[in-house]
Design a protein around this ligand. Sequence first.
Ligand SMILES: Nc1ncnc2c1ncn2[C@@H]1O[C@H](COP(=O)(O)OP(=O)(O)OP(=O)(O)O)[C@@H](O)[C@H]1O
Ligand SMILES: [Mg+2]
Length: 468
Amino acid sequence: MVKKTIFSKLFFTYLILIIAVMAVIAVLLSYAFNNYVFGEKQQEMRAAAAETVLLLGKYEQAEITYSELNDSLDILGSMTGSRIYAIRLNPEVLANKNLVLDKKLLDAYLFEDLKSILQGKEVSRKKQYSDRFAADVAFLGVPYGQGNMIEGAILFFAPLDEIYAYIQKINMIIWCSALAAVILSGIMIYLAALKITRPLKIMEEGAIQLAAGEQINDLAVHSGDELEKMAKAFNNMKNQISTAENMRRDFMASVSHDLRTPLTSINGFVQGMLDGLVKPQDYPKYLNIIKTETNRLMGLTGEILESAKIQSGEITLTRKYFLVGNTLEEILESTGMRENPKNIELMMDCPDGLEIYADQHRFKQILINILDNALKYTGKNGKIKLTVTPEDGGIKLSVQDNGKGIAPQDLPFIFERFYRADKSRQEVEGGTGLGLNITKMLVEQHGGRISASSTYGQGTEIVIFFPG
Ligand SMILES: Nc1ncnc2c1ncn2[C@@H]1O[C@H](COP(=O)(O)OP(=O)(O)OP(=O)(O)O)[C@@H](O)[C@H]1O
Ligand SMILES: [Mg+2]
């Protein structure tokens, strides 16, 4: 049983097709050739018959002698590869309607043919078995006579052995050529099928390895067709999977680290208190540290939950009109961002009375995330500029800082879940890499857009467009 692969399907379909076509061509060719050869023989004999009639006429007019006639007929016979008989009947025999001929001398068919010939018809048989010659013969019989009077018949018998041998040779050539053509095209079809299916094979193997969790290189398919596009899509998918996988791994590592560090220190302080190693008058100091740590833990778990909720579409927006400038002031007041420890100057430029139709709580959350980043990634005495401008069908919000900036290779990924550009500084700044991802999802839920541009080492600008 042939394995059901695209390769075998392609190969066998085309092979069977070629064999069928070749067989039909060969059969038609050999049939046509057969016909041609037998036709030629008939033509040849007909020409010789005409010549014989002429010779007989000359003999009758005594222009040539009997032996000259015989010699000429011999030559004609050997030229056409046939035996020639000229039969002359006397008028009485001819007059007798029930022509009596010695049947023993004649093959059965010939007896009937002779009757037709003597009635003035030409009779030809392309192929006839003759007992007399114990072989197949081509036969031609023509009447002979002066004017309208039929006096006899001229008979040609050409044994077909030679023709058969000839035809056999030609058939052999035809079928050998067909076979050679089948073999040659078989090889070509085999190679073509291999070439067509090789990319599929490569993709199949790649997919199996990928499914088994192995790291694989990009598939190299350069067929220039749909399969190459498919391989490219496969490579993209593979790279996305491995990026997601890496992020998940980073996340697991950093989350467990982020969770463990505060938990370890909380555990240490509580244990110290229980063991009496911490004096009761120092309790408030340590309880404050514990509070800070629990806050951090709550923030972290809150962010993770929030991200999961937004992603599963669980939150709904409650939109209303509110003043952008006032809301921004509120944020700066409530978070205490203005009086930050790094003495970063926060400037705001927002037209008075500008309104927006959005979910105010989420709007604040978005801006807190962006401003938090700007503060976190900007050094001492830096500057952050918050600009709001009315735009067609909405407003544009820009947060510009002169902080450390984002490297070009990180820029495309900062909105991805858990992505952090500078992994070594994560402990100091304590981010999870969820902030911008949550921000982006919230902006998009509002029907808006968010983008980032940055010059590494010089600063970053985040631009948000809000409709409404
Ligand atoms: N203003 C900025 N300047 C420089 N780098 C930035 C800025 N904003 C974001 N980034 C980079 O983008 C990354 C992703 O930002 P995001 O807010 O998603 O995560 P995070 O700030 O690290 O953690 P989280 O906000 O979840 O506490 C950051 O880790 C940082 O490397
Ligand atoms: Mg952040």
